[in-house]
Design a protein around this ligand. Structure first.
Ligand SMILES: C[S@@+](CC[C@H](N)C(=O)[O-])C[C@H]1O[C@@H](n2cnc3c(N)ncnc32)[C@H](O)[C@@H]1O
Length: 265
C-alpha cells in the first residue's frame, strides 16, 4: 500500500492517493462509475458480504419518517436508487406519501437506477410513493431553497470535489426542521482491526472488482478514497461548519462505516 499524498495547493484535491487539479476530479470520478454502473449493486453485496444492507437499514431508521405524512426526500449521489427504494417501501408501510428524487452526477448510474425502478414496478399508477431520477451534482442541486424534508447521501460525499459547497447546498434545499443523513466509509478506532481491514481492502477488493466489472482500477480508487476521507469527528465538524444543527455520528461495524445526522434549524 503506498502512502497518501497530501495536496499542498488550494486548487488541488485527492483522487484516491493521487493529487489532481480540482477541475479534473469530477471527470475522473465519472469515469469510475461509468465503467462499473451495470455491476455496481452486485459488487456492493460481494465486497461487503451484504453488510451495506445492514448499514442502509440503519440509515433509513435514522431518517425517522413520519406516519400519515406528506414527505419529500432527495437522495444525493443516489446512484442506482438503493436508498430511495428503501425510503419508498418505508413510506408505504407508514401510510405516508413520499416524493423521492435521486440526483446523481453520473448518467450511467441514473440509467441503471431508472431501469431498476421500472423492473421492480416502483412507480406504478396509484402508488403513494414515487421516485424520479435526475442527473446533477451535489454542489449545485437542481432544487429550490427549503423544498425537501429529508436529504440523504450514501457513499457519495467521499467522491465530491468541493465537500463544503455540497454540504451548504444540501442544507439550502432542506426545509427548516428538515433532517440530513449521510452514510460513508470511515476508519476503525482499533489499529489492529484497521490493519486487517486494510489488508482485505487493498488485496481483495480491487482484484474482485476487476473480475466482476472488468475494472480493477475503479475499486483501487474506492479503497484509496476511503483512506483519504476525514475521521468521523472531523467530518461531523465540517457539518457544523456548513451550518447543520447538532451534528452527530455513530460508527457502524467497528468503524468500517459511519452514519452522520444533522438538522436544519
Ligand atoms: C458509491 S456510489 C453510491 C450510490 C448509492 N448512494 C448507494 O449507496 O449505493 C457514489 C455515487 O456518487 C455519485 N457522485 C460522485 N460525485 C458526485 C457529485 N459531485 N454529485 C452527485 N453525485 C456524485 C457517483 O456518480 C455515484 O453514483
Amino acid at each position: 500500500m503506498s502512502k497518501p499524498i497530501e495536496p499542498n495547493q488550494p486548487d488541488t484535491t485527492h483522487f484516491g492517493f493521487r493529487t489532481v487539479d480540482m477541475g479534473e476530479k469530477q471527470g475522473l470520478v465519472r469515469g469510475v462509475f461509468d465503467s462499473v454502473a451495470d455491476k455496481y449493486d452486485l459488487m456492493n453485496d460481494l465486497m461487503s458480504a451484504g453488510l451495506h444492507r445492514v448499514w442502509k437499514r440503519r440509515m433509513l431508521e435514522t431518517l425517522h419518517m413520519r406516519p400519515n405524512a406528506e414527505l419529500r426526500l432527495v437522495d444525493v449521489a443516489g446512484g442506482t436508487g438503493d436508498i430511495a427504494f428503501r425510503a419508498l417501501a418505508r413510506a408505504n408501510k407508514l401510510n405516508s406519501t413520499l416524493q423521492a428524487q435521486v440526483i446523481d452526477a453520473n448518467a450511467e448510474m441514473v440509467r441503471v437506477g431508472a431501469e431498476r425502478a421500472l423492473r421492480e414496478g416502483i412507480n406504478q399508477m396509484g402508488q403513494r410513493a414515487q421516485v424520479d431520477f435526475l442527473t446533477g451534482t451535489a454542489e449545485a442541486l437542481p432544487l429550490p431553497d427549503k423544498s425537501v424534508d429529508m436529504v440523504s447521501i450514501a457513499f457519495g460525499i467521499r467522491n465530491v470535489t468541493r465537500r463544503d459547497v455540497a454540504l451548504r447546498d444540501m442544507l439550502r434545499v432542506l426545509k427548516p426542521g428538515g433532517r440530513f443523513v449521510c452514510l460513508e466509509f470511515s476508519h476503525m478506532p482499533s489499529r489492529l482491526l484497521q490493519k486487517a481491514y486494510d489488508a482485505y481492502s487493498f488485496n481483495v477488493i480491487p482484484p474482485m472488482g476487476g473480475a466482476v466489472t472488468g475494472d480493477a482500477s475503479a475499486y483501487q480508487y474506492l479503497v484509496e478514497s476511503i483512506r483519504q476521507f476525514p475521521p468521523a469527528q472531523a467530518f461531523a465538524d465540517e457539518l457544523k461548519e456548513a451550518g447543520f444543527r447538532r451534528p452527530k455520528y455513530e460508527l457502524l461495524s467497528g468503524g468500517i462505516a459511519a452514519l452522520y445526522m444533522g438538522w436544519k434549524g
